[in-house]
Design a protein around this ligand. Structure first.
Ligand code: AMP
Length: 194
């Protein structure tokens, strides 16, 4: 069955200290699954990545995992994925993740997550794609990053317009709804209130 929409989620290969991060990752996966959507992600079972994938499957969604061969053991390649793609390089992984999704969402994570978020954001700025990008600020995790970026706008290294290319929210449902709508792939109307 063709999914109603396809969201690429970037998130930590660890779960972080607060249980609120895993709760939010679960909410994201459940929302995607309940709305007949597809998760595209890094293909591992570790950390928040594993949580979001398990929750999507549990709620009846499709999961596309894309993992470089060198990370199959380190990140525990997820053989429960609807589709698991083992690719040659990290560049192949990122390109395929970007191609298979119609919006991007970053959850809390480490440098891998940050690098992926900044890559799709800069690609959007450069016009390499026109897909919406979201940042889920769970429990204030990204407050200091957001403050830094706002400081960068103030110091005129960035424009307000560039800042506005990222949708930021602490509420998974609101943010996902916004992203799928902005991507032109709204979920089935009868499920919108869930
Ligand atoms: P992290 O947020 O550091 O826990 O990593 C989350 C995911 O980002 C993992 O699947 C990493 O393999 C992936 N990742 C993507 N690009 C990078 C990078 N340049 N350095 C480290 N991890 C990366």
């Amino acid at each position: 069955m063709t999914p109603a929409f396809s969201v690429c989620v970037y998130c930590g290969s660890r779960t972080g200290e607060s249980p609120l991060h895993a709760d939010a990752a679960r909410d994201v996966g459940h929302w995607i699954g309940r709305h007949s959507g597809q998760l595209v992600y890094g293909g591992g079972k570790n950390g928040l990545m594993g949580v979001v994938a398990a929750a999507t499957l549990e709620a009846g969604g499709r999961v596309v995992g894309i993992i470089p061969l060198a990370l199959v053991e380190k990140e525990w390649a997820n053989d429960y994925c609807t589709e698991l793609h083992v690719v040659d390089t990290m560049h192949d992984r990122k390109r395929m993740m970007a191609e298979r999704a119609d919006s991007f969402l970053a959850l809390p994570g480490g440098i891998g997550t940050l690098e992926e978020l900044f890559e799709v954001w800069t690609w959007r700025q450069l016009g390499y794609h026109d897909k919406p990008v979201g940042l889920l600020n769970v429990d204030g995790y990204y407050d200091s990053l957001i403050a830094f970026l706002q400081g960068s706008v103030k110091q005129q290294f960035m424009t307000e317009g560039l800042m506005n290319l990222i949708r930021i929210s602490s509420d998974p449902q609101t943010l996902l709804q916004e992203l799928v709508q902005a991507a032109g792939t709204a979920p089935p109307p009868h499920l919108e209130s869930i």
